[in-house]
Write a protein that binds this ligand. Structure first.
Ligand SMILES: NC(=O)c1ccc[n+]([C@@H]2O[C@H](COP(=O)([O-])OP(=O)(O)OC[C@H]3O[C@@H](n4cnc5c(N)ncnc54)[C@H](O)[C@@H]3O)[C@@H](O)[C@H]2O)c1
Length: 398
């Protein structure tokens, strides 16, 4: 049998200090070759060239429309702010390129559905970058739930403490027009994990959220001044009301709470606080025979506690120690890249389907709608059955 060919790919959004670095640093050299990058900002194009002399032969584009038409590319990574995902993904799929699209898939449900329809019609492969699906603590929790030891899942809670949350109020995420809001922007990860582990998709939501802390900060960024994102990850970024250098305009919530009813009867909640002093994604899944909870996540030490009998919270029946892996985002970034290229080369579908990515956006989007409209309940619009079948079948023709 011939070995699978190397996949030639391009990256849209080339800033090596931002998200795209995960591709440049981690893509599997035995499966893929970087042939082109695009950035609309000349400073970022130059920064890419200076940072990666090993990619000196890579073609440089300033307009994504030119990159997606490059006949030598089989695949395109879209690693730009969320409000451009729909437009660029549709253009790349129309050009017949396989697409790796960063999460969240888009900033509206209609945007997601347009991407899905385009991928379905063109047959170009699509994967959305839900790297949390490759995190060891998530995989361990899934394995425990799937073993049946805690019975049938009925109830899920996720508390998301975002100790570095001020970062999102320094840049484009601070504005609704770029991301809809952070319940969708960050929460899409967690909503997807809730769906995956609980075995269903959200049908109905209601939510509350407020902006009550970062809107009260002073000394904002001046026009043209670049945000210092890194400072939000240091101990100096405290206390929240004294932070400087945030985005001049902020209109997204800094804490929010989403209630979800899933199509399999499970009920779930997701709470996000962007000014917490510490950081953790803390999930608990409660079934008819027990409960699991992660203590710690992909950032450092993590344990999974399992209760299978009555007893105190301090004395779980089983404790799993999840070892930390090297690589960004708990080692999930190198894993997800391998998964994308295996999908293209071998046809192995990744665990996250574009339908799952769309349904995570749907719950987050409607959560924002609910919290901005008197907490009204909202129902996720269904997808066409043909689309569901196509994507759940691993995007093979049927
Ligand atoms: N999966 C994860 O763990 C994870 C982590 C961080 C960010 N992200 C996602 O990665 C994406 C990128 O985030 P970011 O903060 O790096 O984005 P960003 O928009 O700040 O910038 C990325 C680069 O893209 C360029 N760019 C922006 N719009 C462009 C356009 N229309 N055409 C060409 N170039 C353009 C910018 O100049 C910049 O160099 C977002 O969708 C974000 O949600 C995912």
């Amino acid at each position: 049998m011939n070995p699978s060919p190397i996949v030639n790919f391009g990256v849209i959004g080339a800033n090596p200090q931002l998200r795209a670095h995960f591709v440049f640093n981690n893509f599997p050299r035995d499966k893929a070759a970087l042939l082109a990058v695009c950035d609309r900002d000349p400073v970022m194009r130059k920064r890419f060239q200076e940072t990666y002399p090993e990619f000196s032969n890579v073609r440089i584009y300033s307009d994504y429309r030119d990159l997606v038409q490059d006949p030598d590319l089989q695949a395109v990574f879209i690693v730009v702010r969320d409000s451009f995902h729909e437009e660029i993904a549709v253009a790349a799929l129309e050009a017949g390129k396989a697409v790796y699209l960063e999460k969240p898939m888009a900033i509206t449900i209609e945007g997601c559905d347009r991407i899905l329809e385009t991928a379905f019609r063109t047959g170009a492969k699509l994967m959305v970058g839900h790297n949390m699906r490759y995190m060891d603590f998530v995989l361990k929790m899934k394995e425990i739930i799937d073993s049946g030891i805690i019975g049938e899942i009925q109830c899920v809670w996720c508390r998301h403490f975002v100790g570095y949350g001020s970062c999102y109020f320094r840049h484009w995420c601070a504005e609704r027009e770029n991301c809809t809001g952070l319940l969708l922007q960050k929460g899409a990860h967690d909503i997807d994990i809730i769906h995956w582990l609980a075995g269903g998709y959200t049908q109905r939501v209601t939510a509350m959220g407020r902006l009550s802390v970062y809107n009260r900060t002073g000394n904002r960024l001046q026009p043209g001044e670049l945000p210092d994102r890194k400072i939000s990850f240091t101990p100096e970024a405290w206390p929240p009301l004294e932070l400087k250098g945030l985005n001049p305009h902020i209109d997204v919530e800094d804490h929010s709470m989403l209630l979800m009813q899933l199509d399999n009867g499970v009920q779930a909640s997701y709470e996000q606080c962007m000014y917490a002093p510490d950081s953790e994604r803390n999930y608990t899944f409660i079934g008819t025979r027990g409960r699991i909870e992660n203590v710690g996540d992909y950032n450092g030490k993590c344990e999974i506690h399992v209760w299978t009998q009555r007893g105190s919270r301090q004395e779980p029946d089983i404790v799993y120690h999840v070892k930390s892996r090297t690589g960004t985002h708990g080692g999930s970034d190198p894993q997800i890249l391998n998964s994308f290229f295996d999908f293209l080369r071998e046809g192995t579908p990744p665990s996250v389907s574009p339908v799952a990515a769309r349904n995570a956006v749907a719950a987050g989007f409607l959560g924002h709608y609910s919290m901005r409209n008197g907490n009204v309940p909202a129902t996720v619009p269904p997808l066409r059955p043909e689309l569901i079948q196509y994507f759940e079948n691993g995007q093979a023709s049927y």
